[in-house]
Design a protein around this ligand. Structure first.
Ligand code: SOE
Length: 376
């Protein structure tokens, strides 16, 4: 069995989710390649050293270019802040490395287009890490839709609600809080949270043709951790948008970091002519399903506990009834990616798929600013 040597860039929260996937994959799945954690890279050498020791990386780099120049690295994982994705991914493609890049793909569509051109020119396998596609209940939703169980789709509704930025004292910039700095993040909840909802929606329900958005920045100024000055906040704190899908259905999306009481409440509901489904990240193993074709005396919402061995991914884990969680969606993603590499087939969401999500996000932001409908 061949070994794929991995170089991971970025030692934050996402660096941990990706590293953990490498530790779990061969214990539960039968990937076509063994993966070896060859190098960890972060501009902060001390941080990289500590992270590397904890997760078992063989070497430490502080300059990603040096890491990309190494012949013993086959695959690069980019888990750095959004403003670095394009530069690193393009260089990685030019160096012939396979790439998994954290979401959102880029700061904007222009950068995303350059990234897609680079990976396609180099012919390197590439994937953007929209992990929620690979929560078993969400994958099951895709299966039910593809089997035609819902019939014609009329409505797609999604929310991603959090509450961690309500305090006016919370600074912007630096570790984790770069998500509040528009220069680093590109946008606020649209690129960080709605992008997840949009990726799932494009996958489950097809393309979006037009959008109309409302955005708001509730806290207009925050201290910047790096400059030490109070600076204007450029991100969208909240965003809601309407859209039309190419299949004729209507979409309604909302995201905010100001929904007191909600930590990471990603939900979606899809209503079709024959059946509806709902999913909720706070109860991720359950898929709610209503089928109008059931006999009326027993018709109602079913709460499917997605843990049986014949349900997506679950045959590889424990026994029926026992659950897995957020971390495992990254294991599924890695295994699917490696199987795609072995089969010579792309694994979605590819950079090209993620560019479409980026395009919807960009139109949403423009629509919010201009207060008008935008074609996608
Ligand atoms: C933000 O709080 C965040 O960590 C996102 O960046 C992730 O993509 C999302 O999965 C959870 O929330």
């Amino acid at each position: 069995m061949k070994t794929v040597n991995v170089g991971l860039i970025g030692c934050g929260f996402m660096g941990r989710t990706h590293s953990n996937a490498h530790h779990q994959i061969a214990q539960f799945f039968d990937p076509p390649y063994r993966t070896a954690l060859k190098a960890i890279c972060d501009v902060n050498g001390e941080k990289a050293k500590a992270f590397g020791a904890k997760w078992g990386y063989e070497s430490v780099e502080t300059d990603y270019r040096k890491m990309l120049a190494r012949k013993d690295i086959d695959m690069v994982e980019i888990t750095t802040p959004n403003n670095t994705h394009a530069e690193i991914a393009i260089a990685a493609a030019e160096a012939g490395k396979m790439i998994i890049c954290e979401k959102p793909l880029a700061l904007n569509v222009a950068e995303g287009e350059r990234m897609v051109a680079a990976v396609e020119k180099a012919g390197v396998p590439n994937l953007c890490s929209y992990n929620y596609r690979r929560v078993p209940a969400v994958t099951l939703a895709k299966q039910l839709i593809d089997e035609g169980r819902l019939g014609k789709i009329f409505h797609y509704r999604a929310n991603f609600l959090q509450d961690w930025t309500i305090s006016t004292d919370l600074p912007q910039g630096g570790d984790a809080l770069w998500r509040l700095d528009v220069k680093v993040a590109g946008s606020g909840v649209t690129g960080d949270l709605l992008a997840h909802c949009i990726d799932t929606a494009l996958w489950l329900n097809g393309g979006v043709t037009e959008v109309c958005a409302m955005t708001e920045t509730f806290i207009k100024e925050r201290k910047h951790n790096i400059t030490g000055k109070v600076e204007k906040v450029g991100i969208d704190d909240a965003c809601a948008f309407l859209c039309r899908f190419a299949n004729g259905s209507l979409g309604l999306f909302e995201s905010t970091r100001y929904a007191r009481g909600h930590k990471a409440l990603y939900t979606f509901e899809i209503n079709g002519e024959s059946a509806s489904i709902k999913w909720d990240l706070h109860d991720p193993h359950r898929l709610q399903y209503f089928d109008h074709r059931d006999q009326s005396i027993v018709r109602g919402w079913r709460s499917i506990h997605v843990t049986d061995g014949d349900m997506p991914y679950m045959g590889k884990w424990w026994v029926p009834g026992l659950t897995i969680g957020y971390a495992e969606s990254f294991v599924h993603q890695l295994n699917d990616f490696l199987e795609g590499v072995a089969a010579g087939k792309p694994t979605g969401p590819t950079f090209r798929d993620a560019l479409e999500t980026q395009r919807v996000c960009e139109r949403v932001i423009e629509s919010g600013k201009e207060r008008s409908w935008k074609n996608v």
